[in-house]
Design a protein around this ligand. Structure first.
Ligand code: SF4
Length: 428
């Protein structure tokens, strides 16, 4: 069986490498290495999925053993278990997803027409919410949760109402268009108030920590990346309107069937749809981690609303400076905004899986400054970084000479070596 897979894998590499024997042999060798590595990891992992020292019992966590043996191996990866400990505790049924706690957390009654007072109540309640989480361990929080009903005025509902108020003069992201999307107006993202879902399915192509992941792809994006790999849904408004309750029911079904590890909000970008996402969560009660898979160009207001809702941040870190971002994604002040957001969530002690897609010819201006910045500014104890090699010129990339080809193996090796030199915790 292994032999057949290796032969097939080798053939897959032959066509793109036609005429370049050395490249072909290197690709085949890499494939054989990674496949046998994965098989060894898988065999090891099916023997035990209990990490006693971390008090995690991951035996019931869903995996994809045949297609993604690394989704099994990760359950014995001590580094991954430690850095994303809260995420794994939720999956161990030892902790609660934050949105569930927020839904039971009482807040003062508020007036929907008085946004200033809503923000004030939100700020004070969020502070109490964090104090509550810091001063109680998981089992205390679980007992507290089980011993009470959902109050009429609760933190999740307040967040939902605030989000719907923001949509009237939208500033979910740093473009701060100020348009009333409830009236059908659109900003840079081209999304009015009605979310459009391009696809929704159990994804097995994400990082091993995440798969199987229930992924909700929204159409529309505030970025204009000329190389966008999902341009058909991000740069065109497509997809369908689905009622939040329907999304909630689908999530619930997959969760109860133990088919998913998390809910993965993505796009395009999920940011223009925060109000919709909170509507979905208001209808749910599954203890499933919430993952924010975004370009991270969120406004401070959006980050405040998402605080106490998101369990694992999954942001891109695309560029190491403002200029490359403006030229290739049409985004002003990119580096300033995104680094501010990284600082905010990291300083709260949140868990973050950072994705960096290495672009050809952008090692010195983007990859290295990004890795250096992560090392110098973030709490690495709760971070893992995926340095990604799969760039391919898509969409309008052929018009930009620097990114009109694939990444070379030398460029990728340089990126990985630099990350390793800095001691950045990597995932793959
Ligand atoms: S989400 Fe961002 S781009 Fe879209 S309307 Fe709101 S502020 Fe503008």
């Amino acid at each position: 069986m292994n032999f057949i897979v290796v032969i097939l894998s080798g053939l897959c590499f032959w066509l793109p490498c036609f005429g370049d024997e050395e490249k072909y042999l290197r690709a085949v060798a890499m494939r054989i290495w990674s496949f046998s590595d994965a098989v060894v990891e898988w065999r090891f992992c099916v023997m035990t999925t209990r990490d006693v020292s971390l008090d995690l019992d991951l035996a019931g966590v869903p995996t994809v053993p045949f297609w993604r043996p690394d989704s099994v191996a990760i359950l014995n990866d001590r580094d991954a278990l430690m850095r994303f400990n809260r995420y794994w505790r939720i999956l161990s049924r030892r902790a609660l997803a934050k949105y569930l706690i927020a839904k039971r957390f009482p807040v003062d009654e508020y007036d929907l027409n008085d946004m200033d007072s809503m923000w004030r109540i939100h700020r004070d309640s969020l502070e109490e919410f964090h104090e509550f989480l810091d001063s109680n361990d998981d089992s205390d929080v679980m007992s507290w949760y089980r011993g009470r009903d959902t109050p009429r005025w609760n933190l999740l509902r307040l967040k939902r109402d605030l989000a719907w108020a923001v949509v009237r003069s939208c500033k979910f992201c740093e473009f701060k268009c100020g348009v009333n999307r409830l009236e059908g107006k659109i900003g840079v993202c081209r999304v009015d108030a009605r979310a459009r879902v391009a696809s929704i399915f159990v994804h097995i192509g994400e990082e091993p920590e995440l798969v199987p992941s229930y992924t909700i792809f929204f159409s529309g994006c505030n970025f204009r990346c000329v190389y966008c790999q999902n341009w058909d849904i991000s740069q065109r408004i497509t997809g369908v309107h689905i009622a939040p309750i329907e999304v909630a029911v689908r999530i619930d079904e997959h969760w109860r069937a133990n088919e998913i590890r998390n809910v993965n909000w993505v796009g395009g970008d999920p940011t223009p749809n925060i109000h919709f996402i909170l509507d979905v969560l208001m209808s749910m009660d599954a203890n499933v981690p919430q993952v924010w898979n975004s370009n991270f160009y969120n406004s401070i207001e959006a980050l405040q609303i998402l605080d106490g809702v998101i369990d694992l941040w999954l942001p891109d870190f695309k560029y190491g400076n403002n200029e490359c971002a403006l030229r290739l994604s049409g985004v002003p002040r990119y580096f300033d905004v995104v680094t501010r957001n990284f600082r905010i969530v990291s300083s709260r002690g949140d868990e973050i899986l950072i994705r960096h897609l290495v672009l050809p010819n952008h090692i010195e201006c983007c990859t290295k400054p990004i890795l250096r910045w992560i090392k110098d500014n973030l709490d690495l104890s709760k971070i893992r970084v995926n340095v990604m090699s799969q760039y391919r010129p898509e969409y309008k990339a052929h018009k930009y000479k620097d990114i009109s080809r694939r990444l070379t193996s030398d460029e990728f090796s340089e990126a990985i070596s630099y990350a390793q030199e800095l001691g950045i915790p990597l995932t793959r």
